[in-house]
Ligand binder design. Structure first.
Ligand SMILES: [Zn+2]
Ligand SMILES: [Zn+2]
Length: 190
């Protein structure tokens, strides 16, 4: 199993089995990184610009990415793992292991139920490496690091996690009820 730099398990064998599309991919299949940060990797940015900023990993079947360049190389065998600037920080606000969703109280500094967990770190080991993160609830997160749980275990939320979430839900409802009551007496501009 993969481990963090400090030697605790991350809960997967291959982080790339759990990634979605690159954070830097636009809806048009182009590379935002090459567009916004050409100075950070000029050669990479130049190659992307030559192909109209198309992402070769996201457009494997496109004519443009399969066309050979002068030296006969094609970009068609790219995948996320190949790209030096892939990054995937999962934004689904639920635990990838047990499905617990976040209840975030407005105006509250309560500890979040979900925590960001790294499957892979940028800069790790000096070789090609990517930042890949998912969300885990506090309970699953502890199990992954401390007891070798896997992020794809088929489990239900921990009873403690459910109790915590339900407590927040009811506090949220009473807060919302209070605010809508306050609104009814608000005669200010719309
Ligand atoms: Zn969980
Ligand atoms: Zn973690």
């Amino acid at each position: 199993m993969k481990e963090t730099p400090s030697g605790t398990p991350v809960g997967v064998d291959d982080p790339y089995d759990h990634v979605g599309v690159c954070d830097r991919l636009t809806d048009e299949g182009k590379c935002r990184y090459a567009f916004e940060h050409p100075e950070q990797d000029p050669e990479f940015a130049r190659e992307r610009r030559e192909d109209d900023l198309r992402c070769p990993a996201a457009n494997p079947d496109s004519e443009a990415s399969c066309a050979s360049n002068a030296s006969g190389e094609t970009a068609s065998d790219w995948d996320w793992e190949t790209c030096p600037h892939f990054r995937c920080r999962n934004r689904d606000r639920e635990c990838i292991r047990c499905g617990l969703d976040e209840r975030r109280m407005a105006h509250s500094d309560e500890r979040p139920l979900l925590e960001e967990h790294h499957l892979s770190y940028a800069g790790e080991g000096g070789t090609l490496s990517h930042e890949i993160t998912v969300y885990l609830c506090r309970w699953c997160h502890a199990k992954v690091h401390k007891s070798w749980a896997r992020i794809d275990d088929d489990v239900n939320p921990d009873p403690e996690a459910i109790a915590e979430r339900e407590g927040r839900r009811s506090r949220e409802q009473s807060e919302a009820a209070f605010e809508s009551a306050a609104d009814r007496f608000d005669l200010g501009e719309e």
